[in-house]
Design a protein around this ligand. Sequence first.
Ligand SMILES: Cc1cc2nc3c(=O)[nH]c(=O)nc-3n(C[C@H](O)[C@H](O)[C@H](O)COP(=O)(O)O)c2cc1C
Length: 173
Amino acid sequence: MVTIISSTNRPGSSTLKLSQYYQKRLKEKGLDAGILSLTELPANLIESDLYGKRSAAFEPIQQIVTQTQKFLFVIPEYNGSFPGVLKTFIDACSFPESFYEKKAALVGLSSGKYGNIRGLDHFTGVCHYLHLNVMPLKIHIASVRKELDEHCNLFEKDTLKFTDEQIEKFIAF
Ligand SMILES: Cc1cc2nc3c(=O)[nH]c(=O)nc-3n(C[C@H](O)[C@H](O)[C@H](O)COP(=O)(O)O)c2cc1C
């Protein structure tokens, strides 16, 4: 199973729009992937699902994670790194069956100039700690509002070239 993690719980996020774009392009190239948006996390996650606790609300999310072999994380830049809710989600997931010896590709985005370069580096460190193998080609989409058209598709020539290359490598990964 392949799952795209839309790595913020911010309503109306560009991250979810970009995740849906990746899902569509993957399907066009023959790979079905689900989306797990962190908007689906229980609102009281920090009380209900950390440090050995497990809620009924988180159980179906844990099942998706456990069954997934390949993840594509779409990660916005928040204060120069990845969102805290992504780390809380990782901390809530069971170890080792969630991520150990599985595969991940990373896509960064931001409204600013850097496309979450540093956040993907930080998150790569977390993945390596978990033995979650990260695909070398990472994509950084800066100024995301200028990159998505009115149908939430990427359209800039260079962006299409690099995202399609990543999508093809992810399918083969
Ligand atoms: C808490 C927070 C912190 C942010 N910090 C940064 C930042 O450090 N650099 C940046 O370029 N954009 C920053 N942004 C803007 C996001 O990159 C921008 O909203 C972009 O669309 C991706 O986030 P989204 O998926 O929430 O829309 C921040 C947004 C939020 C909500």
